[in-house]
Design a protein around this ligand. Structure first.
Ligand code: HEM
Length: 365
């Protein structure tokens, strides 16, 4: 039977005008930010998602008997892979968790088989780098650059206390918008309601190649304990504990396993589900997110100084990928260049070597 999934073809990507110049400017803006935070912290931190609040190891199992449209790329055959997960939040500096922004969930799938994307010579890991929120605040690299420059130019003038107030106001406004059914990816970016990090769903926001097709990807919590946490609607209280998100993550994983489904939303219509506009949420009535794999993070100590040092030297990058999962669209093409370059700058400044892990045994307890 014929399906209506849009086939992947390189022509689905259409670069914006002067795109390479825009990407060079993004990297220059991020390098300026890095110089500033280096002065502040005495070493390089990530220019985005600098603060980690959970570092976990686990495994990913591809589901049996997936239909052809879901059995693509890494998910073509049932298999189990070791994974490394880093939970973090957006700012490119280490700040108290009361300054509340989107949260990130990055994971590294070790020892994958298949053709890696051209230019990735570092190893055989497939990384997915996700955030809360179903779409990205800006449609393309040019709009991202404008936003980045604005934040970089103005942010240092705000002391942390002001940032906390701005964040709280944005969060309240966002909650008010959600009550009346409106949503705003932009407001989400600056202020998000503080759901427990292990009870959140995380999204690729921008599309990627899914073997023969095109898709967005999500990681959704599914264990009964996580679902209860999500339903309880309890917010992590970040006043009085500057590392509240880390405390919540570590306490949970000390007592419980965490389980997630990886779900895929296939593109069925390039007009309604554009590749080049990362701000456009794809309609789930048109094409729902469907499960293809499960992630299991067994009980563990999800933060230690040794683990932090090891994982901080890694790079979770959209450029670490199989050709079958090539990131797509303007935002993704910018990321393909920005992650390797900024990871290189960060590690060089910190005197760290770049090696991709081949076993979770390499991750310190
Ligand atoms: C033009 C858009 C974007 C650019 C230029 C960008 C750039 C970067 C850079 C340079 C880093 C730090 C890399 C390192 O030092 O190793 C980073 C980290 C990160 N970004 Fe982005 N990003 C963009 C969009 C996004 C989007 C759409 C998401 C999620 C949907 C995202 C999620 C993350 C996460 C979770 C991390 C932390 C990665 C880690 O744990 O190592 N970013 N980003």
């Amino acid at each position: 039977m014929k399906n209506n999934y849009v086939p992947y073809n390189p022509s689905v990507e259409v670069p914006i005008e002067d795109e390479q110049h825009v990407i060079d400017e993004i990297i220059a803006s991020m390098t300026r930010l890095n110089g500033r935070t280096r002065e502040k912290f005495g070493h390089n931190v990530r220019v985005s998602h600098a603060k980690s609040h959970g570092l976990a190891v686990g495994e990913l199992t591809v589901m049996d008997s997936l239909p052809e449209h879901l059995a693509q790329g890494l998910f073509a055959e049932p298999a189990t892979y070791p994974i490394i997960v880093r939970l973090a939040n957006v700012p490119g500096e280490i700040i108290p968790d009361a300054v509340n922004t989107q949260r990130g969930f990055s994971f590294k799938i070790l020892n994958v088989n298949g053709q890696m994307i051209a230019g990735y010579e570092g190893g055989h890991t497939q990384d997915f780098v996700l955030d809360t929120g179903k779409s990205f605040p800006t449609p393309d690299a040019k709009a991202f650059l404008m936003q980045h420059k604005m934040v970089i130019e103005h942010a240092p003038q705000f002391p942390t206390i002001v940032k906390e107030v701005v964040s709280t106001v944005a969060r309240v406004t966002n909650e008010a918008l959600n009550v009346v059914g409106a949503d705003s990816a932009k407001l989400d970016f600056f202020g998000d309601s503080r759901i427990h990090p292990l009870a959140e769903a995380y999204y690729s926001q921008a599309p990627l190649r899914y073997g023969k097709y095109i898709a967005k990807l999500a990681v959704v919590p599914v264990s009964a304990t996580q679902i209860t946490l999500a339903k309880a609607g309890e917010k992590v209280d970040s006043y009085g504990d500057v590392n509240a998100l880390r405390t919540a993550t570590v306490n949970y994983l000390r007592e419980n396993d965490a389980e997630f489904e990886i779900r895929i939303q296939l593109c069925t219509d390039l007009e309604k589900m554009p590749v080049e506009d990362a701000n456009k949420e794809w309609d789930e009535e048109e094409s729902p997110y469907l499960p293809v794999a499960r992630i299991r993070l067994p009980k563990q100590e999800a933060y230690s100084e040794a683990r932090q040092q090891y994982i901080e030297a890694l790079s979770f990058s959209v450029a670490h990928c199989l050709e079958d999962h090539r990131p797509l669209g303007s935002i993704m093409r910018a990321r393909l260049q920005a992650y390797p370059e900024m990871a290189r700058v960060r590690r060089q400044g910190n005197g760290q070597q770049s090696t991709e892990p081949t076993s979770v045994e390499q991750v310190p307890a």
